[in-house]
Ligand binder design. Structure first.
Ligand code: CP
Length: 324
């Protein structure tokens, strides 16, 4: 009996689990496909008749819905499982959940989980591509790609996606941020210089970026500033964010008031950015903490363009990985 050609062994299945270690040429390819979908030069629907599974065991607004939009635009139907609506609540494991959904014949698993490494664990032995949509503090690869796309778009460089000569600061709670890890990998691979900035307790070294603690000093040299939310829920005590001005219960920063004084992108700081420099944020924004509302909504902000780029990047990832 001949072997069906559609069956792939586990080692032949392509996954997107992170950007650290991924070749610049592979990242560029995703971005080029995203550009082709964005500009309308590519209009095919390669997932017609297929089903994509969203397995979101942690909350999401942008990522989950943009994977859904991307899948629909490519012709797929979507299984949309969230932690609160799944049998995880009855004691089923992540692996059993994923294997059961795979058994329904899906073409990709899009996995978000609190646990760093969850997508890697599910990819081992998976029968379809696994796309990491954010795992703990580890990686968020499609966010890194969409951030690079939005930066290239603002700089007028989507013809090459070459970010050489451009500087980007990523500011805030780097330690908790999977976005920072993936964005640093993408920006650096494409040629940008990345500076991570924040209080010493929130900015670890070893991520491949230059480390700074004085935002005011580096701000005028930056072509892009990407602000990050303080992820109190990932700090040791899991404390919810206190209102601006009140003491933080997390030990990582002295107080939200002090964080704002030194690291928030306020209107005053925004006025000292260079001409043409952009403001980015992966969302969700905590307005009035890391970013002033007037800056989030101001002329430098490309925050909603990041969201739009996210749909095209996710279409590209599906088109590259989920068609086999
Ligand atoms: N940027 C991002 O991952 O946002 P969500 O948590 O809303 O998906």
């Amino acid at each position: 009996m001949s072997t069906p050609t559609t069956v792939r062994t586990a080692t032949q299945i392509p996954h997107l689990l992170g950007l650290q270690g991924v070749a610049a040429s592979d990242m560029r390819r995703y971005l080029e496909i995203a550009r082709d979908f964005a500009t309308g030069s590519r209009t095919d629907r390669p997932l017609e008749g297929k089903t994509v599974a969203n397995l979101f065991f942690e909350d999401s607004t942008r990522t989950r819905n943009s994977f859904t939009v991307a899948a629909h635009r490519l012709g797929a139907t979507v299984i949309d499982l969230t932690g609160s609506s799944s049998s995880i609540n009855k004691g089923e494991t992540l692996i059993d959940t994923a294997r059961n959904v795979e058994a329904m014949g899906v073409c990709a698993l899009c996995v978000r989980a609190k646990q760093s490494g969850a997508a890697i664990m599910l990819a081992a032995g998976a029968t379809c591509p696994v796309i990491n949509t954010g795992d703990g503090k580890h990686e968020h690869p499609t966010q890194g790609l969409l951030d690079a796309y939005a930066f290239a778009e603002a700089a007028g460089r989507i013809d090459t996606f070459d970010l050489s000569g451009l500087n980007i600061a990523i500011v805030g709670d780097i330690a908790s941020s999977r976005v920072a890890r993936s964005s640093i990998a993408a920006m650096r691979a494409l040629g940008a210089k990345v500076v991570t900035v924040g209080p010493p307790g929130l900015v670890p070294g070893g991520l491949g970026a230059e480390v700074a603690t004085n935002l005011d000093k580096i701000l005028p040299d930056m072509d892009a500033v990407m602000m990050l939310r303080i992820q109190f829920e990932r700090h040791a005590d899991g404390a919810p964010p206190p209102p601006a001005g009140q003491g933080a219960r997390s030990g990582a920063i002295a107080s939200v008031r002090e964080f704002r004084e030194f690291y928030a992108l306020t209107e005053a700081r925004e006025s000292r950015m260079k001409q043409g420099a952009i403001v980015m944020h992966p969302g969700p924004i905590n307005r009035g903490i890391e970013l002033d509302a007037a800056v989030a909504d101001g002329p430098r902000s490309v925050i909603l363009k990041q969201v739009t780029a996210g749909v095209h990047v996710r279409m590209a990832v599906f088109a590259k990985l989920a068609v086999g």
